[in-house]
Ligand binder design. Structure first.
Ligand code: NAP
Length: 464
């Protein structure tokens, strides 16, 4: 049934890269009147937006407002949403190849990197992914528990923006979070929290910190928090001074300037402290049953072949006492049934967006990838726009060359109905969205977010 007057695409996932893919496809249609373009977007959850709903911190409303752009994309007559439909459970890749000219995987990176240090399984050791998913009401993480009530000091491994989110949520006054869309259970737990100190553990120096200047500066602006650095750890080594001068970005330069200022500011008087440690790398998590401390090795920096400063052990270590430990050392992709996976990189193997059967292997015609599962978990939300556009360019070229799938049927909806899959449409979501906002208003917050799939489905069915 393949026809050049049709361009039917399945997009798997409904986060930023999925929406930017849909947008680029609709734009590519241009004013071609005789071309019917359809984008069917699938998500395993009944609700869209991926990490914008389940990852972006509740107090970052401005970042979350990007969903207004996605709403406009979804308003295109060629767009359909199939929420509550999981690839590998409700539909298989083979079903998609029967119904679409092209398939784009945009399912992100759902897991996290492991430290690989002894003691990682102790109680009180958590990944930031779990904590972020928990306070944001992600169905996978809503049941998790964090003993914030009995914890005074938290060790936080990693120096990226996720670590900044975790530190900010732990240290700011819960009153600031109350009017946001934070889940009720998380707000209650944060109100009972005894955490007054977060010790940030970076394995490299201030010049190599991965957080954005805006994110660390935002923490310093909180009345309840001081950012504290030991002056000797704020000081750059010779390699970093040279590296920063020659190849450091403006963000890195701004970070160094800001952190130097913090070191001069000293202990401060605010009740809560974010203690930034640098050149320390966890080697063991200590405790009996639950975490008591983390053993860190002292590091120095050494240039690798490309001149980038890398951490190397100095051979000395210390113990940093903590009641909880969070790892914020990066996300990692998970394999999806029927989709090739590069175990080493944790992404779908691809050549500029075209899926490869194996890393470095042959192109699988008709299958594409966008966003974090294409390039790994890097960049800000907007980075995914250019990334998706590049993938759609490859799709356009292949389509023009006749290198598409050969679907036998044109609508997958009857297949889902036959399997009794209760797919959530965009209209269903819009009703739930309005309901969550109305329920939020009653509670003096922007949104009362549902976090359980069965609850979401119950409300959606009631609203239909
Ligand atoms: P990230 O930016 O890659 O930072 C990961 C951090 O973990 C780095 O400091 C890294 O140090 C460290 N690390 C990795 N492995 C380690 C190990 N074994 N031991 C100790 N430290 C280790 O990742 P992320 O924070 O998860 O963020 C993911 C992406 O989302 C980033 O692009 C981020 O900017 C974005 N994001 C943005 C926002 C925002 O704009 N508000 C919020 C959240 C996330 P090295 O540099 O030494 O490897």
């Amino acid at each position: 049934m393949h026809s050049s007057s049709h361009w039917r695409v399945a997009v798997i996932g409904s986060g930023p890269s999925a929406f930017y893919t849909a947008e680029a496809i609709f734009k590519a249609k241009g004013d071609a009147q005789d071309l019917e373009v359809r984008v069917d977007m699938f998500d395993r959850l009944p609700v869209p937006f991926g990490l914008v709903r389940g990852g972006v911190a509740p107090d970052h409303a401005k970042i979350k407002s990007v969903t207004r752009v996605y709403d406009k994309i979804a308003a295109n007559p060629g767009f359909r949403f199939f929420g509550n439909v999981m690839l590998g459970r409700d539909v298989q890749v083979d079903d998609l190849t029967q119904h679409y000219d092209q398939i784009v995987y945009a399912f992100g990176c759902e897991s996290d990197n492991k430290l690989g240090a002894p003691g990682e399984d102790l109680a009180g050791v958590h990944s930031a992914t779990e904590f972020v998913g928990w306070y944001n009401g992600h169905p996978d993480h809503r049941h998790r528990t964090f003993d914030l009530q009995n914890a005074k000091r938290v060790a936080l491994v990693g120096n990226g923006n996720v670590a900044m989110d975790v530190a900010r949520v732990l240290l700011q006054s819960p009153d600031r979070l109350a009017p946001t869309d934070i889940t009720d259970y998380a707000l209650e737990a944060l109100r009972k929290s005894s955490v007054t100190e977060v010790v940030l553990l970076g394995r490299r120096g201030p010049a190599q910190a991965a957080f954005s200047p805006k994110e660390i500066e935002e923490i310093a602006e909180l009345d309840s928090v001081d950012i504290v650095l030991e002056p000797d750890e704020a000081e750059l080594d010779e390699l970093s001074v040279r590296w920063l001068e020659e190849s450091g970005s403006r963000s890195q330069q701004r970070n160094v300037k800001f952190l130097t200022g913090c070191a001069e500011h000293g202990e401060g008087t605010a009740p809560n402290k974010l203690r930034c440690r640098f050149l320390v790398s966890p080697t063991e998590i200590l405790g009996e049953g639950s975490v008591r401390a983390v053993k860190v090795e002292h590091m120095k920096l050494q240039a690798d072949d490309s001149g980038t400063p890398r951490p190397k052990s100095k051979g000395t270590s210390e113990e940093v006492e903590c009641d909880l430990l969070f790892k914020a050392i990066g996300y990692r992709g998970e394999p999806v049934p029927g989709v090739p996976f590069d175990e080493r990189k944790g992404i779908v193997p691809n050549a500029e967006g075209r899926v490869l059967a194996t890393p470095g292997g042959d192109v699988v015609a008709g299958h594409y990838v966008a966003g974090w599962c294409k390039r790994g978990p890097t960049g800000l939300i907007g980075t995914n726009s250019a990334d998706a556009k590049a993938t759609v360019e490859a799709m356009k070229t292949d389509r023009a060359d006749g290198k598409t799938l050969s679907p036998a049927a044109d609508d997958i909806a009857p297949v889902l109905a036959e399997r009794s899959v209760d797919a959530v449409s965009w209209q269903d979501w819009q009703r739930l969205d309005a309901w969550e906002q109305a329920e939020g208003k009653k509670r003096d917050k922007v949104r009362h977010k549902l976090s359980a799939v069965d609850e979401m489905m119950r409300v959606i069915r009631e609203l239909r």
